[in-house]
Design a binder for this molecule. Structure first.
Ligand SMILES: NC(=O)c1ccc[n+]([C@@H]2O[C@H](COP(=O)([O-])OP(=O)(O)OC[C@H]3O[C@@H](n4cnc5c(N)ncnc54)[C@H](OP(=O)(O)O)[C@@H]3O)[C@@H](O)[C@H]2O)c1
Length: 293
């Protein structure tokens, strides 16, 4: 056993787990912990180089060789469909899906599908993956979906200007996408009741990661200083790992977690009519719906 390798009970040995955004920050730390626990991991990353660096690090730190990679840019719906096809050609089971990838963009960027990129990556990619992988998760039940949200949740969704064409503000777009994640998590839980698949979301904490790479230069300049007061990615991964692996959360679904405990999300996130409206808009934007899969 090398110096960096720690003994942990291999409680995830038979489990196949997919993690998006696994080459950096909280996603990579989550992958390392689950690899320690013996899981077979499928990392979803958009850069071969960054992904290979991460895989080598995970293997070296944990001794777990069962680390697979599927490349996909989650801002592209075609690439998400290709990722799911590729996954299904390699595996017929999936026990844990961790939708972790995210961005926080100071400038408004449109995706290849004509959707504002924060909304597309942070929320719509989760919506599509959950729906397209649901049957595989169900056939692997008990299975778990973990959606990484944030405590930064907006108080409304502006359906009239989802793409921020009239007005784009970085934090407004970010918080709207995270409110969408929470609304969707609760709605998906209602729609897949009794399936043996749970779906929960979480706030990882305020964590020092690469998320600031697309912030304005002055924020990036002060980040090393601000970062002194932030927690490590390993701490940020704790709630994701807990929800993915701990027997305490068996059967718990449709909840928002902070520091490994159930927590309250913003009031509007419990609005069922709004969640249904978001679902309908998501169907229109993606052409993906649970009932068609
Ligand atoms: N850090 C915090 O304080 C904090 C607080 C609350 C919530 N969160 C959430 O935690 C999650 C992880 O973020 P992090 O803080 O660990 O940031 P990070 O270090 O920047 O990691 C984000 C990951 O998402 C990937 N990603 C971004 N856009 C992608 C795309 N279009 N296609 C595929 N992958 C993409 C990144 O890949 P590349 O390396 O290729 O860009 C990276 O692997 C995010 O959902 C974030 O919103 C973070």
């Amino acid at each position: 056993m090398t110096k960096t390798m720690k003994y942990k009970p291999k409680i995830m040995k038979e489990k196949i787990c997919m993690i998006t955004g696994a080459n950096s920050g909280i996603g990579k730390a989550t992958a390392i912990e689950l690899a320690h626990l013996g899981a077979t991991l499928i990392l979803v990353c958009r850069s071969q180089i960054r992904a290979e660096k991460s895989i080598n690090e995970i293997k070296k730190k944990t001794g777990n060789e069962s680390i697979d990679l599927i490349l996909a840019d989650l801002s592209s719906q075609r690439e998400i469909h290709n990722l799911v096809s590729e996954f299904k050609s390699r595996y017929n089971k999936l026990h844990v899906l961790i939708n972790n990838a995210g961005v926080n963009l100071s400038k408004r960027i449109m995706t290849i599908d004509g959707i504002e990129a924060t909304f597309a990556v942070n929320y719509l990619s989760q919506y599509i993956l959950c729906n397209l992988l649901f049957n595989t998760l169900k056939n692997s039940a008990p299975a778990r979906i973990i959606n990484v949200a944030s405590s930064y949740q907006a108080k409304a969704i502006n359906f009239e200007d989802l793409n921020g064409e009239k007005h784009y503000k970085q934090m407004k777009a970010y918080m709207q996408s995270k409110l969408a994640v929470v609304l969707f998590t609760y709605e998906f839980a209602r729609r897949i009741r009794e399936s043996g698949v749970s779906v929960n979301c979480l706030h990882p904490g305020i964590i020092k990661t690469n998320i600031v790479r697309n912030f304005r230069p002055f924020v990036k300049y002060f980040y090393p200083l601000i970062g002194l007061f932030m927690k490590s990615p390993k701490r940020g991964a704790k709630t994701s790992v807990y929800l993915a692996s701990n027997p305490e959360v068996d059967g718990i679904t449709g909840q928002y977690f902070k520091r490994r405990k159930k927590a309250k999300s913003v009031k509007i996130s419990y609005d069922v009519a709004l969640a249904e409206q978001l679902w309908d808009v998501s169907v229109q934007l993606t052409n993906v719906d649970l009932k068609n899969n």
